[in-house]
Design a protein around this ligand. Structure first.
Ligand code: SF4
Ligand code: SF4
Length: 679
């Protein structure tokens, strides 16, 4: 598509060529400007193949006759092919190779530099972990403040995927058409604020945990658990497919950058301040080759005419427009940033949506995002944004398919003369399946959300709940109601869900345990552990072991606790419970050894010190027993329930003397009749 075909000279009002006052203003920067202009002209010339007009003239071919003719180095539309794209392609391939090398190095050596990924900045802001991602993101923003969005165009792996998809589609004869929305372009900035500003603002204004506003910074540049903050490979593949390919097919070549990327939200903002811009000389004749080439949906010819530079923050400085300009009229140079460009409404942009459609689209986007984000504990934030953008497009296109008389998509005729064609039915089927899947995710998410709400309302301490096999007596009427409702919602989510939610299962198991169904709870925790890894798996196995101990299934309990410790050997409570299993199985020396290992890690463990006091007293080592008992008493809270829990647990182990002591203290502190009668 060529925007203008006239040869009329539309000189831009670029300051350095036409306005003497501004020439004077620039005088102090002349040397630096000349040097930078010389460099960037050199760079641009390096990637150019020469002036199309002159080349074509020498070949005896005029521009009007080049369209549709195969001339080496030119597209069918007669536009010179960009040479920069090869360099950019090489840079992006190198980037991907570096990423692969980084993963291989970590797998081979066991430790490596933390992920060079902007999302890691969240851990710096929230937990104070100074990592490579934070350093990279900070440097990238600073570079963007000076040079503009080069990092996006030349150093982003998602953009590389989008470019690859765009290239493949073009090879198939499909040219991705940009979806232009006025409202959804704000999504990246809102997402960036949510990711990087909201957590700090929340701590500032509402901080129930009294965490410091600025966390204590610690060095996390070299790590061993490289993959910890990334989704599993099973999630990463659909994530890259949706963000890199599906968004390009439906929303245009930079669909994900424009409507989903939160980092782009900050880079776009920084670009407005940057003096580095694509600028124009008077040689521009408004042919429109630059706009036709730009895959970032920038109206290059119109912006350079109006402002003397590209002001659109979507410009990723890919330099394609510089490379294809037949008059060598574009260059990268320094001057006024966008913020100081005079405001103008002269450039009329065309949008894909009417205002009512924009509003409906924004609502659909929000609904879809809430429906898919975190569903089954699988869909990460960025993937949810990408899915929501695609859902919005499909919903609005489907609406038009129903209402319009004529509709097409790529080269496919969806509807003509009011009749839906085969391609239209295929599109409608796909759109309905996609939207239906979203709606289904929303249904599951709704139940998960209400289940979580009920779960968070229960404040029964674990120690109290796990003191004996049926903790129902400790539940208030409100707790019982929450357990009932929460269980119903989680069961509904699990029954209708397409995948197992490994985060919901342990909570469902806890509801089952609290409602008195310990057997079912053990089964559910076993199922949860099968889908989990690392800390969450260790915790599920620990709770399973603890409940099995209460059920007197000590051998199974010990096996489960061993598995928990294999995942996380620092899970000290699992050692405490394992000691109890061994004690009950008659393997008393092993039990003492496990408990001793636990107090060596943490000498303040009250129950374990009591258990060691009971065990050593039983073997006649009275002095040692006194020491353990004193150590336990030192850290025992003056709380009747706590004493009752200790008494109950020690009673189970047959350590009656100590159990009596704590049950009596519980009675005294809580008043007569306050504690349940354990006799
Ligand atoms: S900058 Fe170059 S490609 Fe763009 S409209 Fe002007 S002459 Fe054409
Ligand atoms: S305006 Fe030019 S440099 Fe910017 S993204 Fe478009 S083609 Fe690339």
């Amino acid at each position: 598509m060529i925007i203008h075909d006239s040869c009329e000279l539309c000189y831009s009002d670029l300051v350095i060529f036409s306005n003497p006052n501004l020439v004077f203003e620039q005088a102090s920067l002349a040397a630096a400007h000349w040097l930078s202009a010389a460099f960037w002209r050199k760079f641009a010339n390096f990637v150019k193949s020469g002036c199309i007009s002159r080349e074509l003239k020498t070949m005896g071919i005029s521009r009007s006759t080049t369209a549709g003719v195969n001339v080496p180095g030119y597209s069918k539309a007669g536009i010179r092919k960009s040479r920069t794209s090869r360099w950019r392609g090489a840079a992006l391939i190198t980037l991907n190779l570096f990423m692969i090398a980084h993963i291989i190095q970590w797998r081979v050596m066991g430790k490596t530099i933390s992920p060079i990924e902007p999302s890691e900045t969240m851990h710096t802001l929230q937990k104070g972990f100074v990592n490579a991602g934070f350093i990279f993101f900070s440097l990238a923003i600073m570079a963007t403040l000076i040079f503009g969005r080069f990092v996006c165009g030349w150093g982003c792996h998602i953009l590389a995927l989008q470019d690859l998809c765009g290239w493949l589609l073009k090879k198939m004869g499909l040219h991705p058409k940009p979806f232009r929305s006025r409202l959804l372009v704000y999504v990246p900035l809102v997402a960036a604020l949510y990711m990087f500003v909201w957590p700090t603002a929340y701590r500032l204004f509402s901080n129930p945990a009294h965490e410091p506003i600025i966390p204590k910074f610690t060095n996390h540049l070299v790590i061993t658990n490289f993959w910890q903050t990334f989704p599993s490979v099973a999630v990463a593949i659909p994530f890259l497919f949706i963000c890199g390919f599906v968004t390009v097919y439906f929303l245009g070549q930079k669909g994900f950058c424009t409507y989903a990327c939160p980092y782009g939200g900050f880079f776009g903002l920084a670009d407005k301040f940057s003096p580095g811009k694509i600028r124009v000389t008077p040689a521009c004749n408004q042919c429109g080759h630059c706009t036709a080439t730009c895959t970032s949906n920038v109206l290059v010819h119109a912006e350079v005419k109006q402002y003397g530079m590209v002001v659109d923050p979507g410009c990723m400085k890919c330099m394609d427009c510089v490379s294809v300009c037949p008059n060598d009229a574009l260059y990268f140079g320094f001057g006024k940033p966008t913020l100081f460009a005079p405001k103008s409404n002269a450039i009329k942009r065309s949008y894909s949506l009417t205002w009512p459609e924009e509003i409906v689209g924004a609502l659909v986007f929000m609904g879809s995002f809430l429906a898919v984000r975190g569903v089954y504990a699988l869909v990460p934030f960025l993937m949810a944004l990408g899915c929501a953008a695609v859902t919005t497009f499909l919903a609005l296109k489907l609406w038009r398919l129903l209402r319009a008389r004529e509709l097409s998509f790529y080269r496919f005729n969806l509807k003509s003369s009011g009749k839906i064609r085969k391609a239209g039915w295929a599109f409608a089927a796909f759109a309905c399946a996609w939207i239906g899947l979203n709606a289904h995710s929303g249904w599951v998410r709704y139940h998960e959300f209400l289940g979580n709400l009920a779960f968070n309302k229960i404040h029964l301490p674990d120690e109290l709940a796990l003191a004996q096999v049926n903790p129902v007596r400790w539940l208030s009427p409100a707790d019982r109601e929450n357990v009932l409702r929460g269980k119903e919602h989680y069961v509904a989510a699990s029954k209708t869900g397409l995948f197992v939610n490994s985060e919901v299962l342990p909570k469902l198991a806890w509801f089952e345990y609290l409602s008195g169904d310990a057997e079912q709870s053990v089964q559910t925790l076993g199922k949860a552990a099968a889908y989990q890894k690392d800390e969450s798996k260790a915790l599920s196995l620990y709770y399973r072991g603890a409940i099995l101990n209460r059920l007197a299934r000590y051998d199974e309990a010990r096996a489960s606790l061993d598995e928990a410790l294999a995942e996380r050997e620092d899970l000290i409570l699992a050692r405490q419970e394992k000691g109890e299993s061994l004690w009950q199985l008659g393997r008393k020396e092993e039990a003492v050894s496990v408990w001793t290992g636990a107090v060596q890690r943490n000498s303040q463990l009250v129950l374990v010190n009591n258990e060691l006091a009971g065990a050593t007293r039983a073997s006649g080592k009275l002095d040692e027993a006194d020491l353990y008992e004193k150590q336990a008493d030192l850290f025992t809270p003056n709380d009747p329930l706590y004493h009752w829990v200790l008494g109950r647990r020690l009673q189970d182990l047959g350590m009656t003397e100590l159990a009596e002591k704590h049950l009596q203290q519980a009675g005294q502190l809580g008043g007569s009749g306050a504690m349940p009668n354990e006799h």
